[in-house]
Design a protein around this ligand. Structure first.
Ligand code: SAM
Ligand code: SF4
Length: 340
């Protein structure tokens, strides 16, 4: 079992399989985009699976594949098959914008993927196109339907709430009433260089501002009030029968609804004390914390065939996992580069 210096059990590895994406969400990437890493710098499926096997040896056996958009990586199915056959890997999940799921969902399931999180920030086609800078809402909704049809369980929908975007969240609440969809509202996080992060002036800036963070309690109150207005009643805690999660979401549901409403609030409620994860970037850097720029170069050790060095780097990442992200604002890399 892997534990960090503070005694936290670490059993969850988020792997970014690519820094590339078919969308350009306003809160994730700067308007001018980011410079993609050259292919030679990106880990191949064999290298990723080998790293995951060495992490699994130490009890880090739950894997989430993310990016960038993981489904634009041509070798994604090959990678999932490799991971499925790796000793010690207990479960494989994927976070995606969903637009390519209509094409891939059955094959992903067959390859061994178990859980899917789909990111969707608006149910209004024009607003969705604006937020994603060109995305097609119909493709994302078809992706959600394809995930349910393919038998993924649970299927979660991640909604980043940004005050100045003025998203209408009622439709997301309605989504949980007739399908087993687990909608999670996520506070907007200061990842990627922000104006306050003056120590990294060379970074292109994303649009984060404190005023744009809608605290968890405000979101829950608004959704609950919607339920009351609809005659469904207020939200009820759903902790006991919430969908099994690997992260810090708190779940609620409307009476009798097959789906749930979750809240992920890294800013208004620190959950660092329960953090159980490490991150591997697409270019093979091991990060102990999303909000810290500390990284360990696993790629070099992997390419040198030096397993012992990789094990040492995992141990170092565990030892240097911060106790808390504090009030840190801004990171050197954007979310799409780190792997959200
Ligand atoms: N492209 C995939 C997707 O959109 O699901 C996977 C990568 S994306 C970086 C992973 C998650 O990070 C998404 O749910 C996205 O909404 C979230 N995300 C990106 N930037 C964020 C930010 N600044 N604050 C909160 N969540 C963010
Ligand atoms: Fe791409 Fe996901 Fe970032 Fe949107 S949130 S730009 S889909 S990586």
């Amino acid at each position: 079992m892997a534990t960090d210096a503070l005694g936290r059990r670490v059993d969850y590895l988020r792997i970014s399989v690519t820094d590339r994406c078919n969308l350009r969400c306003v809160y994730c990437m700067p308007a001018e985009g980011v410079v993609w890493k050259p292919h030679a710098e990106i880990l191949n499926p064999e290298e990723i699976a080998h790293f995951a096997a060495l992490a699994a040896e130490q009890g880090i056996g739950r894997i989430r594949l993310t990016g960038g958009e993981p489904l634009v990586r041509a070798s994604i199915l090959d990678l999932i098959r490799r991971l499925r056959e790796t000793r010690g890997i207990e479960a494989i999940a994927l976070t995606t914008n969903g637009t390519l799921l209509p094409k891939f969902a059955p094959a992903l399931r067959e390859a061994g993927l178990q859980r899917v999180n789909i990111s969707l920030d608006s149910l209004d086609a024009e607003e969705y196109a604006r937020i994603t800078r060109g995305g097609n809402l119909g493709h994302a909704l078809a992706g959600i339907a394809a995930a349910l049809d393919a038998g993924f369980d649970p299927v979660k929908v991640n909604v980043v709430v940004v005050r100045s975007l003025g998203q209408n969240l009622d439709g997301f609440a309605r989504m949980t009433l007739d399908r087993p969809l687990h909608v999670r509202f996520i506070e907007f996080m200061p990842v990627g260089a922000v104006p306050e992060a003056a120590e990294h002036p060379s970074c292109s800036v994303t649009s984060w501002s404190r005023d744009d963070v809608v605290p968890a309690d405000e979101i829950l109150a608004a959704i609950s009030a919607w339920g009351v207005k609809q005659g469904i009643g207020a939200l009820l805690p759903a902790e006991a029968d919430a969908p099994g999660g690997w992260g810090p979401a708190r779940y609620h549901r409307f009476a009798g609804a097959p789906g749930t409403i979750g809240i992920i609030s890294p800013l208004s409620e620190h959950f660092c004390a329960k953090c159980s994860r490490l991150r591997l970037t697409a270019d093979g850097k091991l990060r102990p914390c999303l909000f810290s720029d500390l990284e360990f170069d696993a790629r070099e050790a992997l390419r040198a065939g030096d397993d012992e060095r990789v094990r040492v780097l995992i141990a170092m990442a565990l030892r240097h996992k911060p106790g808390s992200h504090g009030e840190r604002i801004g990171t050197r890399r954007h979310m799409s580069q780190i792997g959200g």
